[in-house]
Design a protein around this ligand. Structure first.
Ligand SMILES: Cc1cc2nc3c(=O)[nH]c(=O)nc-3n(C[C@H](O)[C@H](O)[C@H](O)COP(=O)(O)OP(=O)(O)OC[C@H]3O[C@@H](n4cnc5c(N)ncnc54)[C@H](O)[C@@H]3O)c2cc1C
Length: 490
């Protein structure tokens, strides 16, 4: 395992391939560095006794102690620990811990490379296992480049006018493949060691060229990262942990990029593409039951603090509001626990969480986020949006006025009132807060996708049969009848 500083040193050695605001920028550019800080903390947390070993695991490949972000889950307990780690770390950094996407893609690949080999006699799993040993030994951080730019949404990859709108293989060589295309919304790609590319959706028989998965160093020849960076407003006087974070998302362009075979984990097995896409989404939604429980708890905590600072914490509507918010925190986290309890072992040995509970938890999280913003805005009041700039609190003339007139609950100092409302402003009335609003809705898959999955995976006929039985309906128009024991159609 390496430390955050060792990770920073490694990042410094990467070749410049990040474009932002019309120029090439450094990985330590002031707009990007907040994300580097978050990623670095995933390294330091692993050594922190406060987290009681939850951030480390024993490698099933080497027996060594490794950072849990490089682990392939082997048991129910591993899934619990991953969820717990994600929640604890996300609380510490005030939101997304960012390194989970790489972990989730590795876990999905561990299953699908094995299954592809069983079906097609390929050797993806051996390649992947060798790659995993490197990931664990060097404690690599990875992102997941899944979402294609997708062009005209109703058209499939092979129907697009420009076939590169879904990333594809354009040439196979003895030593590797050449790929072309771009991946969208790639979080943390500009401050990870490796970019893991997997398909965005299922592929049909005509779409073997789009069924491709691989991993490359993030500064690899031909890879260009066109980046959008966000961070809470930087402060001069009122320092706080929340101001040290940030997050980047790139359009990652692969312009005729060579991928050596040892880094290719799927190439042309169309039926495996959808499986890989869904499995990554599943692992990622399980991670969401950790991080989003933390985010929802931060919103509940912020709303409670705002109520206390405004002197209204005993008001009944505030307590009802907080009860609603706490219920969401608990249900999201419970979904992750249930998904682990009902998990199954894949043929590869990897533990796979339950689909229904993961989707239900993720959907609740995406659905609740706007209500959480609304609750904090409603209870905190308009100051969240109209708080004067930090400098005015330290100006000789305006500072004393603001110290006097920011006062609400007399038991709370003016500085703490200022600190709390500055944080609420960063959380909601800022470019950072606005970007997080969209992130919390779409990251890990738009709510409609979870709805589709929930409907698809739940046996609705079974539910209908329970009701038929209660109603005394034994046979319906299609002449099928119910088995009274199993609720199944005979
Ligand atoms: C901040 C942020 C970070 C992210 N990080 C990552 C990341 O690190 N890696 C990664 O791979 N992805 C990432 N994502 C991508 C995320 O998973 C996608 O945003 C999500 O899957 C939706 O895809 P989209 O944004 O392309 O929207 P679209 O697919 O354009 O969807 C927009 C709307 O159109 C609807 N729609 C789409 N297609 C159809 C159709 N055929 N018929 C009818 N309706 C349709 C959708 O249901 C949705 O309501 C991130 C997203 C955000 C916002």
């Amino acid at each position: 395992m390496i430390t955050g500083d060792q990770f920073r040193e490694r990042l410094k050695k990467l070749k410049p391939n990040i474009y932002m605001g019309g120029k090439i920028v450094d990985r330590f550019d002031p707009k990007v560095v907040g994300g580097v800080n978050v990623m670095a903390r995933t390294y330091d947390f692993a050594f922190d006794k406060e987290f009681d070993g939850v951030g480390t695991a024993k490698s099933h490949l080497t027996g060594e102690t490794i950072n849990r972000f490089t682990h392939i889950h082997q048991s129910v307990e591993d899934l619990f620990n991953k969820q717990k780690m994600t929640r604890l770390y996300s609380q510490e950094v005030g939101g997304c811990i960012q390194r989970c996407m790489g972990t989730d893609s590795l876990n999905a690949l561990s299953v699908v490379t094995y299954d592809a080999d069983q079906k097609y006699g390929t050797n993806y799993h051996e390649r992947f296992t060798n790659f995993m040993k490197k990931v664990q030994e060097e404690d690599l951080s990875l992102n997941c480049a899944q979402t294609d730019v997708k062009g005209n949404r109703p058209w499939r990859p092979h129907e697009q006018q420009d076939p590169d709108l879904y990333l594809r293989v354009i040439e196979k060589r003895p030593d590797g493949i050449i790929v072309n295309g771009a991946k969208a919304h790639n979080s943390c790609s500009v401050y990870v060691d490796e970019i893991v590319v997997i398909p965005t959706r299922n592929m049909t028989a005509e779409e073997n060229d789009w069924a491709v998965a691989f991993s490359l160093p993030s500064d690899w020849e031909g890879v260009t990262l066109i980046n959008a960076a966000y961070a809470p407003t930087r402060r001069k006087q009122l320092q706080a942990p929340f101001c040290e974070i940030g997050m980047s998302h790139s359009i990652t362009v692969f312009d005729n990029v060579f991928v050596p075979w040892e880094r290719v984990f799927l190439c042309g097995e169309a039926d495996m593409a959808g499986k890989l896409a869904l499995l990554f989404a599943l692992y990622h939604r399980h991670s969401y039951t950790g991080c989003k429980a933390a985010v929802s708890e931060i919103y509940a905590g912020a709303t409670a603090l705002a109520a206390e600072y405004n002197g209204i914490d005993r008001a009944q509507h505030v307590r009802h509001q907080l009860a609603d918010m706490i219920q969401v925190v608990d249900l999201i986290y419970a979904a992750g626990i249930a998904a682990a309890v009902n998990s199954e072992k894949a043929a590869s040995g990897t533990q796979i969480p339950d689909t229904n509970y993961c989707n239900a938890g993720r959907m609740l999280a995406g659905d609740a986020i706007y209500r959480e913003y609304e609750a904090l805005a409603a209870i905190a009041g308009g100051l969240v949006a109209t708080l004067p700039p930090e400098e005015d609190f330290y100006d000789e003339k305006t500072g004393p006025y603001l110290e006097k007139y920011i006062m609400r609950n007399p038991n709370i100092s003016a500085e703490n009132q200022h600190r709390a409302f500055r944080l609420f402003q960063d959380m909601m009335a800022s470019a950072w807060g606005g970007h997080k609003l969209v992130d919390y809705l779409h990251g890990g898959g738009s709510p409609v996708i979870e709805k589709v999955a929930i409907y698809r995976d739940h046996n609705i006929e079974h539910s209908k049969n329970i009701v038929r039985k209660l109603a005394g309906i034994e046979c319906d128009a299609d002449t099928k009848c119910i088995d009274r024991e199993s609720h199944a159609w005979l």
